[in-house]
Design a protein around this ligand. Structure first.
Ligand code: NG1
Ligand code: MG
Length: 514
C-alpha cells in the first residue's frame, strides 16, 4: 500500500472544491518561484481530521473512528544541489505568523529540536528527524538527508482541534522521504514514522490523527486499530433519509498543548498508564504488562488482554468476536468500579504503595519523558472513560454496518452515543470546557442528534451529527447565541471558518510538478 501520486487535483478534492484549490495550488507554486527563483519539484499534502467517536483512547490502543477533512497542509519542495552542504530553507504563505527559517543539516547526530519553544518549524524538524532515523536504520549507517527549499500553506486552523499538527508532520515526513528518493512510500511506514516523530514536539500523542491524515479515502470514515499493529478499515456511511451530515464548530478557545500538556494531555496519558499498572497489580496478574506502541510502553489495552489471558485463558484477544469483546469491556467497567474505588483520586504514595516501588522510581518510569503536574491521579475516572468509550466505538461501528431500517431511529442511535461521549469527556475525563459544552447544548436544542468535542478538548473544536434538514437551524443558533454574543466584532469570514459541514476527504498524497 503506497502513498498515491496525484495526477490532478481531482484525485485529491471533490469536484466542487477543485476550482478554489486550483487557485490556491497555482499561487503556492508561483510564490515558490518568486521566493526561490526556481520551480518546485513536487508538492506533498496531508489533511486534518475530525474524530467522529473514540476520544482519548488511541493512546490506550483502543479503536477509534475519525475521518479526514478537506482542509489540509500542502508543501512545495525543490531539492537543493547535491554538491553543497545540505540546508533547509522553509517559508510559509502566512509569513507574518510563520516567519521564514533557514538551517543546516548536521553532518553527525540528530537534528536538534527545542520542544520547550513554540516554534512552527519544529513540526517540520520532527518529520525530518524521523525520516533520517528511519533511513539510517534501513541503510545501517548515518544518513544525511538532502537539502530542501520549501514553501508551506496550511488551511487547517492551528490549535483548533482538527489536527493541524499531524497534517504538518505527515506532510513533512512524506516530503523528506520523497526528496531523498524514497518515492514509493509505504503508507504504514509513513504513518508509524509520523506518530513517533510528532512526540519530539513535546506531546505524548496517540496515533489517531496521523492515521486519519495518511490513510483516509475520500467519502469514507476510517476505523483505526492499534492492536496487534497499526491498521485501518474504510467505513462507508449508509444512505439515509434524512441524510447524515457531520458539522464542526470551533469554540475559538485556543487549546494550546504546549502550555497545557503537563496538566492536561500528557497528564491523561500518565493517568491511563498508571491505571493499567495499578489494575494489573490489584488483580495480581502474574505476567508483566506487555510492552507495546503506546506512548509510555504499557497501556490499558495491554492490561485488558493480559487480564483475559490469565483469568479466562484467551490466548489471542485480537481474534475475540465483537460480541465477546463487548462483554469483556463491560466486565472491565464493573471491575474498575470495584477495584479503583477512590473518587477523590490516588496520591503518588497510594500508587507506590500498591505497585511496591519508590516515588523516585514512579516518577522516573512514568513521568520523566514529559513532566506532568498533579497531586492526585484520577485513575478510576480515566479507566472508566476509556473502557466505556471503547465500547461506544464498537457500538457505533455496529450501527454503521447494520443500520436500522428507520433513518430517524438510526441517526438518533448514533447521536446518543456521541452525546454519551460528551458527557463522559465532560464529567469523567475532564477534558471539555464551558464553551464546548455550550456549543453542544445549543446544537442539540436546534436539532443536532449528537454533539461532542472532537480532538483533545479543553477548547478547540466540536463535532455534531445533524440531519441535513436541521443544519441551517443549528448554524443559526450558534451564530446568534454563541459567536455574535461572545465575539461581537466577528467578521463574516471568521464566522464562515468557524462552522464547516465536513465531507470525508482523502489522505496523504504527492503531486509531481511537471
Ligand atoms: P488533537 O489535540 O486534536 O491534535 C489529540 C491527539 C490524538 C488523540 C486526541 C484525543 C496529538 C497529535 N493528537 O488530538 O492522538 O489522543 O487528542 O482523542 O496529540
Ligand atoms: Mg494536534
Amino acid at each position: 500500500m503506497e502513498v498515491p501520486t496525484a495526477a490532478s487535483l481531482r484525485d485529491i478534492y471533490t469536484e466542487d472544491a477543485v476550482p478554489v484549490q486550483a487557485k490556491r495550488w497555482e499561487s503556492l507554486l508561483a510564490k515558490f518561484k518568486e521566493t526561490y527563483g526556481k520551480r518546485a519539484d513536487f508538492v506533498a499534502r496531508s489533511p486534518g481530521r475530525v474524530n467522529i467517536i473514540g476520544e482519548h483512547i488511541d493512546y490506550s490502543l483502543y479503536e477509534v473512528l475519525p475521518m479526514a477533512i478537506t482542509s489540509d497542509f500542502i508543501m512545495a519542495v525543490a531539492v537543493r544541489p547535491a554538491d553543497e552542504k545540505p540546508r533547509i530553507r522553509i517559508a510559509n504563505i502566512q509569513s507574518q505568523k510563520f516567519p521564514s527559517r533557514e538551517f543546516e543539516i548536521p553532518a553527525e547526530g540528530d537534528i536538534p529540536i527545542d520542544a520547550s519553544e513554540h516554534e512552527w518549524t519544529n513540526y517540520f524538524k520532527s518529520g525530518l528527524r524521523g525520516v533520517s532515523q528511519l533511513l539510517e536504520k534501513k541503510q545501517g549507517k548515518h544518513f544525511v538527508t538532502v537539502g530542501m527549499d520549501i514553501l508551506c500553506d496550511g488551511t487547517v486552523p492551528s490549535g483548533g482541534g482538527l489536527s493541524s499538527s499531524a497534517a504538518f508532520v505527515c506532510t513533512s515526513s512524506l516530503a523528506v522521504l520523497t526528496a531523498n528518493g524514497e518515492d514509493k512510500v509505504d503508507k504504514k511506514e509513513l504513518c508509524e514514522l509520523a506518530i513517533v516523530s510528532e512526540r519530539a514536539v513535546g506531546v505524548n500523542s496517540g496515533g489517531m490523527d496521523q492515521a486519519a491524515s495518511v490513510f483516509s479515502l475520500r467519502g469514507t470514515a476510517l476505523y483505526v486499530t492499534f492492536k496487534p499493529s497499526l491498521d485501518y478499515t474504510a467505513i462507508e456511511f449508509p444512505q439515509t433519509d434524512p441524510e447524515l451530515t457531520f458539522v464542526t464548530a470551533q469554540s475559538f478557545v485556543a487549546a494550546d498543548k504546549h502550555v497545557t500538556a503537563p496538566v492536561c494531555y500528557n497528564l491523561r496519558v500518565v493517568e491511563c498508564t498508571l491505571a493499567a499498572a495499578f489494575l494489573a497489580k490489584a488483580f495480581g496478574l502474574r505476567r508483566e504488562l506487555p510492552k507495546d506502541s503506546s506512548p509510555l510502553g504499557v497501556s490499558l489495552r495491554g492490561f485488558h488482554d493480559t487480564f483475559f489471558e490469565e483469568k479466562e485463558g484467551v490466548s489471542d484477544n485480537t481474534k475475540t468476536s465483537v460480541a465477546d469483546f463487548k462483554v469483556q469491556l463491560q466486565k472491565l467497567i464493573q471491575l474498575t468500579e470495584d477495584y479503583l474505588p477512590q473518587e477523590g483520586g490516588y496520591s503518588r504514595g497510594d500508587i507506590c504503595g500498591l505497585l511496591g516501588i519508590s516515588e523516585e522510581e514512579l516518577n522516573q518510569r512514568y513521568m520523566s519523558k514529559f513532566p506532568v503536574r498533579a497531586e492526585k491521579f484520577m485513575l478510576r475516572q480515566r479507566a472508566l472513560h476509556v473502557f466505556t468509550e471503547a465500547l461506544r466505538v464498537i457500538q457505533f461501528r455496529e450501527l454503521l454496518s447494520s443500520p436500522p431500517k428507520d433513518g430517524k431511529e438510526f441517526i438518533k442511535s448514533l447521536g446518543d452515543l456521541m452525546n454519551e461521549t460528551q458527557t463522559s469527556c465532560r464529567d469523567v475525563y475532564d477534558c471539555s470546557c464551558p464553551e464546548l459544552d455550550e456549543l453542544c447544548d445549543l446544537a442539540r436544542a436546534a436539532g443536532s442528534c449528537g454533539s461532542r468535542l472532537t480532538g483533545a478538548g479543553w477548547g478547540g473544536c466540536s463535532v455534531h451529527l445533524v440531519p441535513k434538514d436541521k443544519v441551517d437551524a443549528v448554524k443559526k443558533a450558534w451564530e446568534e447565541k454563541y459567536y455574535r454574543k461572545k465575539f461581537p466584532d466577528i467578521t463574516a469570514e471568521k464566522l464562515q471558518d468557524a462552522i464547516v459541514v465536513s465531507k470525508p476527504g482523502s489522505g496523504s498524497m504527492v503531486f509531481k510538478v511537471v
